[in-house]
Design a protein around this ligand. Structure first.
Ligand code: ADP
Ligand code: MG
Length: 572
């Protein structure tokens, strides 16, 4: 069979056209794509070797190698993987069989408008044409004796022929790099620092070593190991560029505490150790691995409006994106870490992620896992849990108002201060302490514990021995209204009208007393009413107070005093 020239499938032409003419940012992702393909090919070989002990291979160490050549302006990426047969080359490097790429094409128009999105896409082998004007592939399939050479300038056709590959099975891809002229944003992919940092960024956790001969200029030393001025020698050393430490994929029993902590610091840039680590390997319908951490303090930028959050997403050890907000609800924005999913397509963008059913399933499973872990910690190590609550409780509480599906579970995680115990209490513990006569769960909202502690509203309840929860976070007003009922008991704000603390006999006695007092003090009430008429609806003799002379009460259907203040602050 002689050398043949063939036309690319129409969709491939479209992709190539886009690569060459429209995409200018994130050109470096071509390397991520080629390394990911090489890693897949090595995985496949590992698998085939295990399945077939007769398989003839070169026996070479499984690795990926980058070979830059400054003079020739080429970059070669080679692997010792499974390789491709003639027909497989035709099939894989001439057509598009994958739905993901078709999806990409549909999206491509938007991409031209927002090119920063391209970095989040996996665009496969053809992305090499972003940086190369000619690509040569030499490949030999494991178990076969002959190799195949494929070549294209990305302009609609490619050539294919038989050849030899002395190294045996594997694939070598040579990129003849484009000359970007004086485009300053163009990176030089024969530069070893550029290659090193690109590998670090996108492919650090690839399981196989990615090697490169690194050239160093070092001063020449004299007999006493002192540098000789003006003299340098060149050393060449084979270096592995990736750390290969996909800690989240290792069996937790094989990972030391230090290794986990180091990884945490690497992802978060936090200097202190995390307070909790949550590892989760989900099997079954949705397979993924999650390694998550809860920081031991609020990050300095935690409360800034545009602070990014979310987990890092990896697919088959290839980095897809940081801060993937689609994987966590906002009320878990303090959780850091990574998710590795195996059957997701590499071709993902934010828009696709938001609608992706697999991503939604992962998110749901992750939330359940986090809630379960927190609950467990609460009963096993209350002190640690309270530490987390102090830092992130106000955030977590947002879930009570926003995540109806998990409300019942989240309300058991909530902690409150109260007048009864010096410590934080759960609703469950509160209910266990409730007095026999007590029908409802009482709470008071306010600015600070200090302020609510000396509130006159508390007096009656204190006298009856009823416990009152102190709700002093800005979200609490909404949170308490969202919970509404716990263990079939209503939650009642003690600053609102309609607070019924007495039984029938007590009520009758008090009504009688108030009637007499109303007569006795009619003159005084009228005078006060006259004086404050502008600001106050009604002045009443009240059974509510014990020590204080007076207090302001909101109507049962009016916003509470605190809510009113907040609305005022917002200009309403
Ligand atoms: P994807 O990796 O998503 O399948 P690509 O465009 O990156 O899409 O690659 C297309 C196909 O070409 C791969 O599925 C694989 O079969 C084949 N291929 C690419 N690179 C290699 C390689 N280094 N070794 C063996 N096969 C390869
Ligand atoms: Mg690929």
């Amino acid at each position: 069979m002689a050398k043949e020239t063939k036309q690319f499938q129409a969709e491939v032409k479209e992709i190539l056209d886009l690569m060459v003419h429209s995409l200018y940012s994130h050109r470096e992702i071509f390397l991520r794509e080629l390394v990911s393909n090489a890693s897949d090919a090595l995985d496949k070989l590992r698998f085939e070797e295990a399945a077939n002990s007769e398989l003839k291979t070169s026996g070479a160490e499984k690795h990926i190698r980058l070979t830059p050549n400054k003079d020739e302006k080429t970059l070669t990426i080679s692997d010792t993987g499974v390789g491709m047969s003639y027909d497989e080359v035709l099939e894989n490097l001439g057509t598009i069989a994958r739905s993901g790429t078709k999806e990409f094409l549909k999206k491509a128009k938007d991409l031209q408008d927002s090119p920063e999105l391209i970095g989040q896409f996996g665009v496969g082998f053809y992305s090499s044409f972003m940086v190369a004007d000619k690509v040569t592939v030499v490949t030999q399939k494991a178990g076969l004796d002959e190799a195949v050479i494929w070549e294209s300038t990305g302009d609609g056709s490619f050539s294919i022929d038989k050849t030899t590959r002395p190294e045996g099975n594997g694939t070598t891809i040579t990129l003849h790099l484009k000359d970007f002229g004086d485009d300053e944003s163009a990176q030089d992919f024969t530069d070893q620092w550029t290659l090193k940092s690109t590998i670090k960024k996108y492919s650090d956790f690839i399981d196989f070593p990615i090697k490169m001969e690194v050239v160093r200029e070092e001063p020449e030393l004299d007999k006493d190991d002192k540098p000789i001025e003006g003299k340098t020698k060149t050393t060449i050393e084979d270096e592995t560029l990736n750390s290969r430490k996909a800690v989240w994929l290792k069996d937790p029993s094989q990972v030391s505490e230090e290794e986990y902590n180091e990884f945490y610091k690497h992802v978060t840039h936090d200097w202190s150790e995390p307070t909790e680590r949550i590892y989760y390997k989900a099997e079954g319908a949705q397979e993924f691995t999650a390694l998550m951490f809860i920081p031991s303090q609020q990050p300095f930028d935690y409360n800034y409006r545009d602070t990014k959050w979310g987990l890092s997403l990896y697919v088959n050890r290839v980095f897809i994106m940081d801060n993937c907000e689609e994987l966590l609800p906002p009320y878990f924005r303090f959780v850091k870490g990574v998710i590795e999913a195996n059957d997701l397509s590499l071709n993902v963008s934010r828009e696709i992620l938001q609608k992706d059913r697999q991503i939604q399933a992962i998110k749901k499973a992750v939330v359940s896992k986090l809630i379960r872990s927190l609950k467990q910690m609460m009963s096993k190590d209350r002190e640690k849990y309270e530490g987390i609550w102090k830092n992130f409780g106000a955030t977590l509480k947002e879930g009570l108002a926003n995540d109806v599906g998990n409300k019942d579970k989240l309300q058991d995680l909530a902690l409150f201060h109260s007048n009864e115990t010096g410590a934080l209490t759960t609703l469950k513990e509160y209910v266990e302490r409730m007095k026999e006569k007590q029908k409802e769960i009482y709470y008071i909202t306010g600015e600070s514990i200090k302020q609510v502690e000396c509130s006159p509203y508390l007096e009656m309840l204190k006298e009856k021995g009823f416990e009152v929860l102190y709700c002093v976070d800005p979200v609490d007003e909404w949170v308490m209204q969202s919970i509404a009922k716990y263990d079939e008991k209503d939650l009642r704000s003690i600053t609102k009208e309609g607070l019924e603390l007495d039984d029938e006999d007590e009520k009758k006695a008090k009504e009688k007393e108030i009637k007499t007092k109303e007569k006795e003090y009619k003159g005084l009430i009228d005078t006060i009413q006259g004086a404050v008429a502008e600001n106050v609806k009604e002045v009443k003799i009240s059974p509510r107070l014990v020590d204080s002379p007076c207090c302001l009460v909101s109507g049962a259907y009016d916003p509470s005093a605190r809510m009113e203040r907040m609305m005022e602050a917002m200009g309403q």
